[in-house]
Design a protein around this ligand. Structure first.
Ligand SMILES: Cc1cc2nc3c(=O)[nH]c(=O)nc-3n(C[C@H](O)[C@H](O)[C@H](O)COP(=O)(O)OP(=O)(O)OC[C@H]3O[C@@H](n4cnc5c(N)ncnc54)[C@H](O)[C@@H]3O)c2cc1C
Length: 391
C-alpha cells in the first residue's frame, strides 16, 4: 500500500491549496479526487473580492470579468449602484482549480484522479483510505476537503453538523445586459425561496445565470420561472441549456479536528451563510490547516493540529456566525419587506456607503452602517443585529 505523510481528499481549490503548502515544506502528499478532470464541471460563479485575488496571487489570465456595481431586484423595487473602481472579480473556476493542481504537482504533490474515497480505517498512527477503483492509500494525517456533497465526513466521525442546505442550479449563456460590469440579483421567493437568483456577466457577452432555493421541489421549474420573470432572459430556451446542479451547506461546524484528521472548506461549512461564497474563507482555512499539519509533522506532536481549530475560531468562525445572523434576518423577511428595505437604500447617501464600504467578504459591517436607512416598520427584524453589535 502506498504511504504518504498526508492524504488530502478532494482536489477542489481548498484541498489543492493545503496540499501544495504541505508539499512545499518537504512532506509527501497525495490528493485523492473522485472526478476524472479537475475543476470540471464547475458549479461555482467564481465571484471573489480584490482581497481574495491578492491573498491567493490569482493570475490576471484567470480573471474573466471585473465587477463595479449591482442591480438588486425585489418585488417592484430596483436598487442599483456602481463604483468607479472594481469591487469584485469573476474568476474562471475550472482554470483556477487546474492552475492550483499544476502548481501543487510542481511542488511534488501526487494527484490521483478517478479515485473516490469510499471508506477509511484507522490503524495505529495511520489512516488507511480505500478507493472506489480498488486501490488503497496509507497516510499519517488526512485532510478532508471533499466539498459539500460527499459522505467523507461521516467516515471520519464528523457527523454532528447542524446545517441547512441550499439547492442551486446554474448555466452559462449569452445574454444582452445593459451593463456588463454589474451583477444582477433577484429576490423572489416564488423561484428562489430563502435565497436569490443571479446573472453574473463573465465577458464575451456570456453570463453565469442561476438560483438557489431551500425548497426541494423541481428546481428546473424554478429556473424556468426565473427566466420568464427577467427581461434579460425571458426569451431563452431553458430546455437547451447545460445546467449544473449543486448544493451550498449553511451552518457552523463545531468539530473540525478529530485525532489526525482535519476537515476544511465546504466540508467544514466554511462558507459565508449570507451569500454562499466559500472561496475566501475556505482558502484561508486551507492555509491554517496546512500550517498545523506541517507543525504536527515537524514536531511529531499531534496536538499542534488543534492550532488549526483556534485559528479558524479566531478568523473564520466570526465571519460564519455574523453571516448566520444576517441569514436569519433575511429568512424572516417577506419579499415585500425586502423590497421596502431596498427602497430605504435608494438614496445618494446609502449608495455612497455601499459603493465606498461594500465588501463581499464582510457584508455584515456595511449592513450595520445601513441600519439608519431602515424605516421604523422594518426595524423589528434587526433587533438581533443590534444586540449582536453591542455584545
Ligand atoms: C452555485 C454556486 C455558486 C457559487 N459561487 C461562489 C462564488 O461566486 N464565490 C465563492 O467564493 N464561492 C462560491 N460558491 C462556493 C464555492 O464553490 C465553494 O465554497 C468551493 O468550491 C469550496 O471548495 P472545496 O475545495 O471545499 O470544495 P469543492 O470545490 O466542491 O471540491 C471538492 C472536491 O472533492 C471531490 N470529492 C468529493 N467527494 C470525494 C471522495 N469521496 N473522494 C475523492 N474526492 C471527492 C469533489 O469531486 C471535488 O473535486 C458557489 C457555490 C455554488 C453551489
Amino acid at each position: 500500500m502506498e504511504t504518504f505523510d498526508v492524504a488530502v481528499i478532494g482536489a477542489g481549490p481548498i484541498g489543492l491549496t493545503a496540499a501544495n503548502i504541505i508539499a512545499k515544506n518537504g512532506f509527501s502528499v497525495c490528493v485523492l479526487e473522485r472526478r476524472v478532470k479537475i475543476g470540471y464541471p464547475s458549479h461555482c460563479s467564481g465571484l471573489v473580492s480584490a482581497r481574495f485575488i491578492e491573498e491567493n496571487s490569482v493570475k490576471p489570465e484567470l480573471v474573466l470579468n471585473t465587477i463595479k456595481g449591482a442591480y438588486l431586484f425585489a418585488d417592484e423595487e430596483l436598487l442599483s449602484f456602481k463604483s468607479e473602481e472594481s469591487r469584485a472579480f469573476v474568476i474562471n473556476r475550472e482554470k483556477f482549480d487546474q492552475s492550483l493542481a499544476a502548481e501543487a504537482q510542481k511542488n511534488g504533490v501526487i494527484i490521483f484522479t478517478n479515485s473516490a474515497v469510499v471508506s477509511a480505517k484507522k490503524r495505529g498512527t495511520h489512516s488507511e483510505l480505500y478507493l472506489q477503483n480498488g486501490k488503497a492509500i496509507k497516510a499519517r494525517s488526512v485532510i478532508i476537503a471533499s466539498g459539500a456533497k460527499s459522505g467523507v465526513n461521516r467516515m471520519f466521525g464528523f457527523n454532528d453538523d447542524e446545517s441547512e442546505v441550499i439547492y442551486t442550479i446554474q448555466t452559462d449563456m449569452e445574454v444582452s445586459l445593459p451593463d456588463s460590469e454589474s451583477v444582477y440579483m433577484y429576490v423572489d421567493s416564488s423561484f428562489a425561496h430563502n435565497w436569490f437568483a443571479w446573472i453574473i456577466p463573465i465577458g464575451r457577452g456570456l453570463a453565469h445565470i442561476g438560483l438557489g432555493t431551500d425548497r426541494t421541489e423541481n428546481i428546473v421549474d424554478d429556473l424556468k420561472k426565473f427566466f420568464r420573470s427577467s427581461e434579460f432572459t425571458k426569451d431563452a430556451n431553458v430546455e437547451r441549456l447545460n445546467l449544473v446542479g449543486w448544493i451550498i451547506p449553511i451552518g457552523y461546524a463545531k468539530k473540525i479536528v478529530n485525532g489526525r484528521v482535519l476537515r476544511v472548506g465546504d466540508a467544514a461549512l466554511q462558507i459565508k451563510p449570507f451569500s454562499g461564497g466559500g472561496l475566501y474563507t475556505g482558502m484561508k482555512a486551507a492555509r491554517f490547516a496546512a500550517e498545523a499539519v506541517v507543525k504536527a509533522l515537524k514536531t511529531e506532536n499531534v496536538s499542534a493540529l488543534n492550532e488549526y481549530k483556534s485559528n479558524v475560531d479566531r478568523e473564520i468562525t466570526p465571519i460564519v456566525k455574523r453571516g448566520l445572523l444576517l441569514r436569519r434576518i433575511y429568512r424572516s423577511m417577506s419579499d415585500r419587506d425586502k423590497a421596502l428595505f431596498l427602497k430605504g437604500l435608494n438614496n445618494d447617501e446609502a449608495k455612497r456607503i455601499i459603493t465606498e464600504s461594500g465588501d463581499i467578504d464582510s457584508p455584515f459591517f456595511v449592513g450595520v452602517k445601513l441600519l439608519r436607512f431602515v424605516g421604523a416598520p422594518l426595524m423589528h427584524y434587526f433587533k438581533d443585529l443590534l444586540v449582536g453589535i453591542n455584545a
